[in-house]
Design a protein around this ligand. Structure first.
Ligand code: 13P
Ligand code: SF4
Length: 301
């Protein structure tokens, strides 16, 4: 039997749903019931009727699904698919930072561990960081934005309000440099440059637009422009081309690949469904606290 058919059979048997992030390998995106960005997948996880969620993405995303749907079994096909940015801040780091700024509230990018979310006031994704920061805090309130310094700076620049930053970053997005985009633009002068807010301010300065991955999908679909240079993880090119076969997409550099996202393969999805492994576990008290911060995030679509 073809591996895809086997996955579909197992999925039915287990009453499972497969969620896949936009950076997943093409064949994994194709087998998924839902694909999308961190916010979209969190919403999907919170409302699914399936008994089992197979999360094709990185660990913090599967953990988020578990926090939002505690009675469900959440499986990740490779538990070593981590996000280095999420590992850049520890609970001890955050507690020290809070002691230094005792009046500050904590805004936590969803690319973080469950225990960090539990210690935060509200979460956000790159799709809603601006509306969360605008809506969840008073104008004069001090806000600590963790762990991505670049998403924090971009959000601050849009709102013209300062944040206390944590120096985390995405190792994949920081490898994309302004010169990569300039070279690509020379080859495709009519192309618009779209970049993710995890990119550095120098890259954002050469971009036409800044979007989360779902924001890119929406913008490209509605735009009359036919060519785009895409400043985010390379998996987005497959997603965009599949949804917009009449448009052209260029990626600035092969360095823009997230090896963690690529750890999930069809073989591992089959293994995961067969053996109900690896099950994501989050302690109940962490779930309760982290969920409050995540539910506030979901309210800001
Ligand atoms: P999105 O929420 O835009 O999909 O991004 C998630 C991510 O990990 C970006 O590197
Ligand atoms: Fe984490 Fe960057 Fe990979 Fe996104 S692309 S999962 S932020 S390492």
């Amino acid at each position: 039997m073809d591996i895809r058919d086997e996955i579909l059979r197992l999925k039915k048997e287990r009453r499972a749903v497969i969620l896949a992030h936009n950076y997943q390998l093409p064949e994994v995106q194709d087998i998924a019931d839902f694909h999308g960005d961190s916010l979209g997948l969190s919403i999907e996880a919170s409302k699914t009727n399936a008994e089992v969620i197979v999360f094709c993405g990185v660990y913090f995303m599967a953990e988020t699904a578990k926090i939002l749907s505690p009675p469900k079994t959440v499986l990740i096909p490779d538990r070593h698919a981590g996000c280095p940015m999420a590992d850049m801040i520890t609970l001890e780091d955050l507690r020290k930072l809070k002691l230094k700024h005792p009046k500050a509230k904590v805004l936590c990018y969803v690319n973080s561990s469950a225990e960090i979310k539990a210690e935060s006031d509200v979460c956000c994704t790159s799709a809603n960081s601006i509306s969360v920061a605008r809506g969840a805090f008073g104008e004069k309130e001090e806000v600590i934005f963790i762990p991505d310094q670049y998403l924090a700076r971009y959000t601050a620049s849009q709102l013209r309000r300062p944040f206390i930053y944590w120096p985390g970053y995405c190792p994949t997005h920081v490898k994309m440099l302004p010169e990569h985009f300039r070279k690509e633009k020379e080859k495709h002068p009519d192309a618009e440059i779209l970049v993710h807010p995890e990119c550095t301010p120098e890259v954002i300065a050469v971009a036409d637009k800044v979007f989360s991955t779902s924001g890119m999908c929406r913008y490209v679909r509605e735009s009359s422009c036919k060519e785009f240079i895409i400043g985010t993880e390379i998996g987005m090119i497959y997603r965009l081309k599949k949804d917009n076969p009449d448009k052209e997409f260029y990626h600035p550099t092969p360095l823009g690949i997230c090896p963690n996202m690529k750890r999930i393969t069809l073989e591992k999805v089959r293994w995961s469904l067969t053996h109900r492994q690896e099950e994501v576990y989050v302690p109940p008290e962490t779930i309760t606290r982290a969920r409050t911060a995540l539910e506030k995030m979901i309210a800001y679509k």
